[in-house]
Design a protein. Structure first.
Length: 114
């Protein structure tokens, strides 16, 4: 089993290429916790594109790791995580949280809002 993630492996494309390399050698892959909620969503998307992935690491308790999004990666009652039906990663930013934690003088976050 090899643990990896989008943060350390050149994004989603790099993670998929790494998964394919290990698949060719008959080795299973899984993802580390992504270091942020958004990276966890990206890891989940990438793992669903890998045929040799069986599980995803989620740190518990989650409270210290869940911030800046409206919803978080969470297993269902059977321990499975599911992909959202929307476009992109499917993560929804919590703009109130982001504005409250934006450094004074920085307007970059607001510029990204729809």
């Amino acid at each position: 089993m090899v643990l990896f993630d989008v943060y350390w492996k050149a994004g989603i494309t790099g993670m998929l290429k790494t998964a394919a390399l290990f698949e060719a050698m008959g080795v299973k892959v899984a993802s580390h916790h992504g270091a942020s909620p958004l990276m966890n969503w990206a890891n989940r998307q990438a793992l669903c594109g890998a045929t040799n992935a069986d599980w995803v690491e989620i740190l518990v308790p989650e409270s210290g790791y869940d911030f800046a999004l409206l919803h978080y990666l969470a297993p269902d009652a059977d321990g499975f995580v599911h992909l959202p039906g929307g476009p992109g990663l499917g993560a929804e930013p919590d703009w109130d949280y982001i504005r409250a934690h934006t450094v004074a003088g920085s307007d970059q976050t607001i510029a990204w809002e729809r």
